[in-house]
Design a protein around this ligand. Structure first.
Ligand code: EPU
Length: 357
């Protein structure tokens, strides 16, 4: 099988052994049959679900590949005002978000239109338009490939940060996935009123002030329109969406770091408590890229360019190979480093390839 077919970048070489896991049980069985052992290649096994945060090298992957295709949502009442929903890892994220709104639940509306699956969202604490999944996650059921046990990790065990969590850090440390997400439990409010609007662009689109609440379905529509205007809603016919969304994370810097006066600066907050860290600030990778001379549509060749709609998305114009995307990523990273002394970090998982090679 060609792995390019499984990713939104549509690049990546072949895989020999691909196993589909259509249920939680099948996924746990695959994990049990492939324990994480000392030594050996890293990563040893490749898990693919939505394929929207993956850049796979042109040589493909020689180890076993598991396709996470488990589905199902179970809802429990906790109090008259709250519901717990346990969702299988392979459920489509946006279909789940739409389903929560249809059930009259609030909390996930600003996270509309994000590609990929539910199980991937806690790993990098997916966020957009002022919300992060960490705020709504009660716990995550994982398979620990080191011990062979199923574990339930709650919000504090998960150690969420901006685009990170214990799940992601452990994978980075071991060079392979140790905790495989089997299911995620969300705690959502019973209401048609959205969470307070926290993102300026979104408030503007809704014509409300920051902090106001509106119908959850209006937030969803506004977010879908904003995302589409940035090429961040998958569309086969639009090469601006043949990407992994933001290719770099927004840099977090010491609060006194030297930045141009016009650079966007955002506070860094704890995803769970909302407490601000006064020692740190976050700036905009898209802005740094733009101002370093790489405008929308910039490319070294024709096969891979920045999106025409947003400088933070590297895209495949139709016949790119991973090598083309990596070459562009390295060029942009070097240009931003030269202009601003900041080294951008890639956001997608790089499999069988690296920006340093
Ligand atoms: N900007 C430019 N040029 C552009 C686009 C943006 O200079 O072509 C500058 C502008 O100053 C703009 C700023 O960048 O105000 C921020 O842009 P935007 O609001 O689009 O947000 P972002 O920081 O680029 C982040 C997330 C997105 C998420 C949006 C909305 C990261 C790495 N990315 O992007 O998440 O949808 O905010 O909340 O945090 C993703 O992670 O894949 C993703 C798409």
């Amino acid at each position: 099988m060609n792995l390019a077919e499984l990713t939104t970048f549509r690049v990546g070489g072949p895989a020999d052994t691909v196993t589909e896991a259509p249920t939680r049980g099948a996924l746990a069985e695959f994990c049990a049959a492939h324990p994480l052992q000392a030594g050996g290649p890293r990563p040893d096994v490749l898990f693919v679900a939505g394929g929207s945060n993956l850049l796979i090298g042109d040589a493909g992957f020689s180890g076993p590949v598991c396709l996470i295709r488990s589905t199902g949502v179970q809802m429990h009442e906790v109090t008259p005002d709250e519901r717990l929903l346990t969702v299988e890892a392979g459920e489509n994220w946006d279909a789940f978000v739409a389903d929560t709104l249809a059930r009259g639940l609030t909390g996930l509306e600003a996270l509309s239109g994000i590609p990929g699956t539910v199980g991937a969202t806690p790993v990098q604490n997916v966020g957009a338009y002022g919300a992060e999944v960490a705020e709504s996650i009660e716990s995550v059921l994982v398979f620990d490939r080191m011990s062979g046990d199923e574990l339930r990790l709650d919000r504090t065990d998960l150690e969420f940060g901006y685009r990170t969590s214990r799940l992601k850090r452990t994978a980075a440390n071991t060079g392979a996935v140790q905790f495989v997400v089997l299911a995620v439990t969300f705690r959502l409010g019973v209401s048609r009123l959205s969470a307070p609007v926290r993102y300026t662009q979104l408030a503007r689109a809704l014509e409300v002030d920051l902090g106001e609440q509106v119908d959850t379905r209006e937030v969803r529509e506004a977010v879908l329109a904003l995302r589409a205007s940035k090429g961040m809603v998958l569309d086969d016919a639009d090469h601006d969406t043949w990407s992994a969304g933001s290719f770099f994370t927004n840099p977090i810097l010491p609060a006194d770091a030297a930045l141009p006066a016009e650079a966007p600066v955002y506070p860094v907050t704890d995803p769970v408590t909302g407490a601000r860290d006064p020692r740190l600030v976050k700036t905009s990778a898209a802005w740094l890229i733009d101002r370093a001379g790489f405008g929308r549509g910039f490319g070294l060749g024709e096969r891979s360019t920045l999106s025409q709609k947003h400088t933070l998305a590297l895209t495949n114009r139709g016949d790119a190979r991973a090598a083309d995307i990596l070459e562009l990523a390295r060029h942009i990273r070097a240009g931003v480093r030269e202009a601003y002394g900041i080294t951008l970090e890639p956001e997608p998982n790089l499999i069988g390839c690296s920006l340093d090679a």
